[in-house]
Design a protein around this ligand. Structure first.
Ligand SMILES: Cc1cc2nc3c(=O)[nH]c(=O)nc-3n(C[C@H](O)[C@H](O)[C@H](O)COP(=O)(O)OP(=O)(O)OC[C@H]3O[C@@H](n4cnc5c(N)ncnc54)[C@H](O)[C@@H]3O)c2cc1C
Ligand SMILES: NC(=O)c1ccc[n+]([C@@H]2O[C@H](COP(=O)([O-])OP(=O)(O)OC[C@H]3O[C@@H](n4cnc5c(N)ncnc54)[C@H](O)[C@@H]3O)[C@@H](O)[C@H]2O)c1
Length: 456
């Protein structure tokens, strides 16, 4: 049996970064990845990178709004080809980053535990057992497939992964779920020229955001032609031969509706992926949502085994997986002072057009906690840069603690929000008063300079 200093199951963000770091320190590392289409993990192959490549291309597509559907479809086909090129290049680079390192062996096969120190790898034509005292699980998440009649083997039903493999632009796209994936794909496909309907089961759109922000988001996306149906319970998706017939119930009005679609995207959440890992053999326990249970230092219920990224539940972002690597690095080689709690608050961006970004609490949260706050708002139309961009939709909003002058939270909905939020996050992390950003000298004309106005 081959022995390694470390075994990593799953080629995710944290795992691949850890592999390279350990190898540099002289450790021998086995990286196990089940698919040769997934070297580098979800983000570069089927997640952040391909979707954001399409977000970027979709921006140009909006210039074709008066063109024929066929012309739009041709532009979309080219955008998919560009996306393929980007992911292919990154996948190859990610593979070689590890495989070319003499201390790292990449196994293309499915990993499963035999015991707490032994992992079996099932490859195409071979099964091997590997041994290590340090094992890291980085197997990511999978799309939740809801129990809806007619979904199974229905050629019109897609996940975020499979829809991006299709080169034909759907004329009518129905998206089930109005979360991150649902909204980003709605924005992308509406920009490319599809007619998009989003069916969200919850009675409100983006319920975690303040209602004034949610209204602005809805308004901006509706301007693109997207139709939202909230409180929608999808009952069946039937293959009618050349289309899908989507039947849903408006649970608020208690009325049944039916829609025709060329494609139906399931954007109904992602859950930790542990299928086939045989965690029982290692003594690694999962919670009732299927996430691997970890402590603040990412140790599982079998302390020599750790979990990284989406598979441990909680926030599902690439930068969280990367930060998990930092926690482990500090635990193994540093002062052991990092843990999962010290990275809060964490910002996020939904890459719709324009993007929505947030850090910390919002007004609703502050009111529920009876906090003494100052709220400042700025319609994006008041920022000089948006006149240049020709994009005046949006609202920036910040919540400040009246007593301490610290920023408690900030939501930015407008052009370049996903960049500007990092500035606010930095100020919050550095424990700066809001006046620091208010009086800072920014370049002009930039979106960052909106902080002068927003915070004044
Ligand atoms: C459509 C979409 C868009 C997204 N956009 C963003 C975004 O813009 N920004 C952002 O921060 N996040 C985004 N995310 C989330 C982000 O992609 C994930 O949070 C992140 O990639 C998770 O990384 P990870 O390290 O947990 O593992 P992953 O990158 O998911 O890697 C897990 C790997 O393990 C492999 N694997 C699974 N089981 C086994 C096994 N038994 N043996 C061997 N290999 C196995 C899988 O094939 C996979 O390659 C997006 C996700 C999706 C789906
Ligand atoms: N920009 C980003 O950072 C980004 C982009 C995409 C995905 N992601 C990550 O991927 C994860 C998964 O995204 P997601 O959008 O699939 O999940 P999500 O949890 O964000 O949203 C799922 C939505 O589907 C709705 N829903 C669930 N079942 C339904 C049903 N049967 N009918 C109608 N609606 C239903 C839910 O109410 C919810 O609004 C996110 O948690 C996020 O962390 C991040």
């Amino acid at each position: 049996m081959k022995e390694f200093d470390a075994i990593i199951i799953g080629f995710g963000k944290g795992g691949k970064t850890l592999a390279a770091d350990l190898a540099k320190r002289g450790w021998t590392v086995a990286m196990i990845e089940r698919s040769d289409k997934m070297y580098g993990g979800t983000c570069i192959n089927i997640g952040c990178i391909p979707t954001k490549a399409l977000v970027y291309q979709a921006k140009f597509a909006t210039r074709l709004k008066d063109s024929s559907f066929e012309e739009k479809a041709e532009f979309y086909r080219q955008a998919i080809a560009i996306k393929e090129d980007v992911t292919g290049t990154l996948r190859n680079k990610n593979f070689h980053n590890l495989a070319d390192d003499p201390n790292i062996t990449v196994y293309t096969g499915t990993g499963s535990f035999v015991s707490p120190e032994v992992v079996a790898v099932q490859m195409k034509n071979e099964r091997m057992e590997l041994k290590s005292k340090h094992i890291f699980i980085n197997t990511g998440a999978e799309t939740v497939i809801p129990a809806i009649e007619g979904i199974e083997n229905n050629p019109f039903v897609y996940t975020s992964t499979s829809i991006m493999e299709v080169t034909g632009l759907p004329r009518e796209l129905v998206i089930v779920g109005g979360g991150y994936v649902g909204l980003e794909f709605a924005s992308i496909y509406a920009s490319f020229g599809s007619r998009v309907t989003v069916l969200e089961g919850f009675p409100e759109l983006i319920p975690r955001e303040d209602r004034d922000i949610a209204e602005e988001v809805k308004k901006a996306l509706e301007k693109k032609g997207i139709v939202f149906r909230v409180g929608a319970k999808v009952q069946s998706i039937v293959n009618t031969g050349n289309k899908a017939s989507v039947k849903f119930m408006d649970t608020r009005a208690n009325v049944a509706f039916s829609l025709e679609a060329d494609a139906v995207l399931l954007a109904t959440g992602r859950r930790p992926y542990t299928t086939g890992l045989n965690l029982e053999a290692a003594g690694v326990k999962i919670d009732d949502r299927g996430a691997i249970i970890v402590d603040e230092h990412l140790r599982t219920t079998q302390p020599a085994i750790r979990a990284i990224g989406d598979v441990k539940g909680g926030l599902q972002f690439t930068y969280i997986s990367l930060d998990d690597y930092r926690i482990i690095r500090e635990d193994l080689f540093g002062n052991k002072e990092r843990d999962q709690n010290d990275r809060l608050p964490v910002s996020y961006s939904v890459f719709i057009d324009p993007p929505l970004a947030r850090i910390g609490i919002n007004e609703d949260d502050a009111r529920k906690q009876n906090l003494d706050i100052i709220i400042k708002k700025l319609p994006v139309a008041a920022i000089p840069r948006v006149k240049i961009l020709g994009e005046t939709n949006g609202l920036f909003k910040v919540i400040i603690d009246k007593k301490t002058n610290k920023i408690l939270g900030c939501t930015l909905f407008g052009p370049e929000a996903s960049e500007v939020i990092n500035l606010v996050a930095l100020a919050m992390k550095a424990d700066l008063d809001y006046t620091f950003l208010r009086d800072f000298i920014y370049t002009h004309p930039s979106m960052s300079e909106s902080m002068n106005q927003l915070l004044s």
